[in-house]
Design a protein around this ligand. Structure first.
Ligand SMILES: N[C@@H]1[C@@H](O)[C@H](O)[C@@H](COP(=O)(O)O)O[C@@H]1O
Length: 261
């Protein structure tokens, strides 16, 4: 795992945007794994900005798969993750909307919908780069503590902490759905490159547990330790509880720029 400590959230966002940009230039029909939530927002803004200025790549052949989706929201609800990603990213790029996929959280048979989602990702050739955030309790996508490290896309129940964390997106109310469809940790591990981005002191404990704590279902993000190509981009605040900060800095400073992430 590569841990990159950066002075600010803007620097982390730029680095994530650069990695996506470089991948799409290298592979115009790349498969992107997209996360919602506030963590990747600055990077998405950067990508949209580059696209508008004409300095970004074309996304016309790119395929994208969302990590998760709320269950029980009416189709088109502004806080559904499908609507969110369109508003924040894909709607501003030249990506074909038919190539942006989310788990079918409105399906009658959610078990089957989970299986179909995993099969669709596999049929696309697998995810090249998976963008990830982290929950304050260490959750990854909507895999709450206790989730099987081998789990597949399925129905999950949110913890009250996650529902409180996400209440800000629902006008601070208790209207956050209780259930979600989420890619499993096993599904996420199949992506070729995982890039987790986190900023702010509220994420410091979760980042330390995920990166330097034991591999455990109690901290789902610790599953990154099993992946051969995982990158963690953190600002100083989110990285403040890491013990090996000096080592991460030395490693990154000594790395040739051409190597990328
Ligand atoms: N399902 C999402 C995750 O994909 C996200 O990474 C995490 C952190 O959210 P945020 O980036 O808003 O802090 O929790 C959300 O509930």
């Amino acid at each position: 795992m590569e841990v990159v400590l950066l002075p600010s959230a803007d620097d982390a966002a730029r680095m994530l945007a650069d990695a996506i940009d470089a991948l799409v230039r290298r592979r115009p029909d790349a498969v992107l794994g997209l996360a919602t939530g506030s963590s990747p927002l600055l990077a998405y803004e950067e990508l949209v900005d580059r696209h508008r200025r004409g300095s970004g790549p074309s996304y016309a052949a790119v395929r994208a798969f969302l990590l998760d989706e709320y269950v029980g929201l009416p189709a088109g609800h502004p806080q559904s993750y499908r609507a969110t990603i369109e508003r924040e990213l894909t709607g501003h790029l030249d990506i074909d909307p038919r190539n942006v996929h989310a788990p079918d959280a409105g399906a009658e048979d959610l078990t089957d919908a989970g299986r179909r989602y995993d099969a669709a990702i596999a049929a696309a050739g697998g995810v090249d780069l998976q963008v990830l955030g982290i929950g304050t309790d260490g959750h990854l996508a909507f895999n709450e503590p206790g989730s099987s490290l081998a789990s597949r896309t399925r129905l999950k129940t949110l913890t009250s902490r996650t529902r409180e964390d996400n209440a800000r997106f629902f006008g601070g109310t208790g209207d956050v759905p209780r259930h979600v469809m989420t890619q499993g940790l096993g599904t996420i591990l199949e992506a070729r490159h995982l890039v987790l981005v986190a900023s702010g002191s509220g994420k410091a404990t979760a980042i330390a547990a995920a990166v330097e704590g034991p591999l455990t279902a109690s901290c789902p993000a610790s599953v990154l330790q099993l992946h051969p190509h995982a990158t963690v981009l953190v600002d100083e605040a989110a990285g403040s509880r890491l013990q090996r900060r000096d080592y991460y800095r030395e490693t990154f400073m000594g790395k040739p720029a051409w190597q990328g992430l």
